[in-house]
Design a protein around this ligand. Sequence first.
Ligand SMILES: NC(=O)c1ccc[n+]([C@@H]2O[C@H](COP(=O)([O-])OP(=O)(O)OC[C@H]3O[C@@H](n4cnc5c(N)ncnc54)[C@H](OP(=O)(O)O)[C@@H]3O)[C@@H](O)[C@H]2O)c1
Length: 242
Amino acid sequence: MLLNKKIAFVTGGSRGIGAAIVRRLAADGAVVVFTYAASEERALALVAEVAAAGGNVQAVHADNADAPALSAAIAACAEQHGRIDILVNNAGILIRGADASVADFDRIVGVNVRGVFVASQAAVQHMGRGGRVITIGSVNGDRAGFEGAALYSMTKSAVAGLMRGMARDLGPRGITANTVQPGPVETEIVSEEATKAFLRTIIPVGRMGQDSEIADFVAFLAGPQAAFINGAALTIDGGYLA
Ligand SMILES: NC(=O)c1ccc[n+]([C@@H]2O[C@H](COP(=O)([O-])OP(=O)(O)OC[C@H]3O[C@@H](n4cnc5c(N)ncnc54)[C@H](OP(=O)(O)O)[C@@H]3O)[C@@H](O)[C@H]2O)c1
């Protein structure tokens, strides 16, 4: 229970990697507030599942692209629980295509970058020493990796840069800021079976990652043993980029 009584805020916790992070932080003793946008039923089912296992989790509707809603959700969490110890910026979308439009640009930047900035700025106001800002980037922040990846790749490079800058600014306050860069993980963000089959052939360990493996890594970063990890972009990809 390394995170006992820590207050964690996770964006996009209704499904996939975010849901695994919510489960894992709650299992480690944290009180977790998470956001969802479209998947209300699944968010409520996750709250019930974690509560049944003895965890303390709340779901809040807040689109990551809606800055006032996201800031308000974070302020409400801090007001209710007195502080925020851990922010996990997980919410993210993939818009793929070489012929992306300006509207696509605005949408993906709004969710994947602007939302990370807004949530981070809001959460650190309520963080003390030992605070953690953890952003889920991607290996695509370092390598585009597939056709039509330009916008997605750009957003994941951007958040790694944002975390590096925040690490410098927040380090003196005892708060760390890091990016976790997963390789391909089995979630709904990649749904085509043919793509998954191909990915398995090019990942050295012969499989895609599991959402729980990313959650385990996030839990370690959130804990006391990771206090000297700051400003890092940490790849977890089964050797995909090696
Ligand atoms: N899976 C991979 O291979 C992989 C690899 C590297 C990085 N990542 C990153 O990991 C993170 C999670 O991805 P995933 O694979 O778990 O994707 P996913 O299965 O599609 O789940 C995405 C999550 O983000 C939430 N979300 C999406 N748009 C949102 C918005 N506008 N506002 C609030 N929440 C929003 C979704 O909630 P609702 O359904 O409620 O909207 C859902 O909980 C993303 O940042 C992604 O870029 C994934």
